[in-house]
Design a protein around this ligand. Sequence first.
Ligand code: KIV
Ligand code: ZN
Length: 545
Amino acid sequence: MKFSPNQVDRVLIFDTTLRDGEQSPGATLNVAEKLTIAKQLAKLGVDIIEAGFPFASPGDFQAVQQIAEQVGTEDGPVICGLARATQKDITTAAEALKPAAYGRIHTFIATSDIHLKYKLKKSRTDVLGITSEMVALAKSFTDDVEFSPEDAGRSDPEFLYEVLERAIAAGATTINIPDTVGYITPTEFGTLIRGIKENVPNIDQAIISVHGHNDLGLAVANFLEAVKNGARQLECTINGIGERAGNAALEELVMALHVRRQYYNPFLGRPAESETPLTNIDKSQIYKTSRLVSNLTGMLIQPNKAIVGSNAFAHESGIHQDGVLKNKLTYEIMDAESIGLRDNQIVLGKHSGRNAFRTRLKELGFELSEQDLNKAFVRFKELADKKKEISDWDLEAIVKDETQVQMVNGFRLELVQVSCGNRACPTATVTLLTPDGQELTDAATGTGPVDAVYKAINRVVNVPNKLTEFSVQSVTAGIDAMGEVTIRLQHEDRLYSGHSANTDIIVASAQAYINALNRLDTALQMQASLPPEKAQLGLEEPARV
Ligand code: KIV
Ligand code: ZN
């Protein structure tokens, strides 16, 4: 086991972007995208990656397995898979985690009376029995077992103590306290954690972890209060994405613990002035990770979002600007560079060669294969022809775009052409390359050029869907800036997102739409192939937490 309960002297960061984060409506990621994010999370320095819920779908199973294999190395993070407290969930999770050097099974069952009565239709005695039995089963596969009493925030504390004691006795080494519905307040959460420390007799044999949702905007505040009362593992997501209002945001927790380290140090038994980091996170990777997750999930970041929002380090008022120019400390409690946010420097231009391009990408942390580098270089040259000065943000957009487009083995955009204007009927022609290499062309009219393009694409792809969100943001300032298009479309009750960047927003719009359609198409193909997979994995019912 990588983290044994009596050796933890800092706050462990358990990232659940790929599991709870991916449960955000429309944030569905394919296996390759999950792998890309997992690699970046490892660079960020998270201690544990919850890579998915293997029993939920064949895609989740594959993602957990591949992340276990490629990211769960000896010096990498612990890879965790979620499992309800059932035999099939636990054995499936164990199977998916096999390739990891350090694998953790995270099993859970609800403990609140509301969940017991209406959802589980089980008694408290049933839950105690299931907890002992299923934690022991998980323990038979790995020494690293995490147990969560779901809806702990609304559970009777006395019953909770009993369940936790059983879980630890059966082998759980981390006990995680979820505020599943985002109901609890900071003081209450602190009291609950202290109560657990004081009333669960074998608590010294487990790490106390917390998990919480942001329905009342209190998740981060709750976690910080939990740290003060003994929690040593925080379950969080990049940009705070997750079910409903989301989860506690990793970047906010890490920066709060860092900026206010003198305040939090004593709660970890250290002198206030200790400079030993409270977490293992490489803060300079925060901004990059945030952008990657936003681009791949299609979940945009609100400008005023703490730490990673575009306004988080911007000063608008004259008084503030004047103060910051005189001394940053007047209005800034942390440095933008500490999270890896560089100035939008102009770095390359039309005459920059492949070497300069490769070197700058490397400095930005992108290590591309020769093939990917060549593709990105072609895009860079095309962009440099249109835009004199290329910034880091442009480079980042190109690389992300190329990597995303490339990941999907689906339809490809060959041509898009529009005619529009104040006296014209917006008309679009598109040519797409189908997954089996056929070239198909069609045309349509619409209320505007984007509408016409989307109608023409729909005529070719022919998968029913409804566009529910369309947004364009510019990557940099200036008339020649690249536009980043993010869209979401709905098919039945699920949302699929797509993202693309280009100086021509019609091209970016078409590409973003195709990326989303490819996701939808992959999901449909997965569904179509479900019966045999279902049998293989023992899937019986859709499993979502
Ligand atoms: O919110 C929740 O309760 C969960 C559990 C599975 C930990 O996500
Ligand atoms: Zn959750």
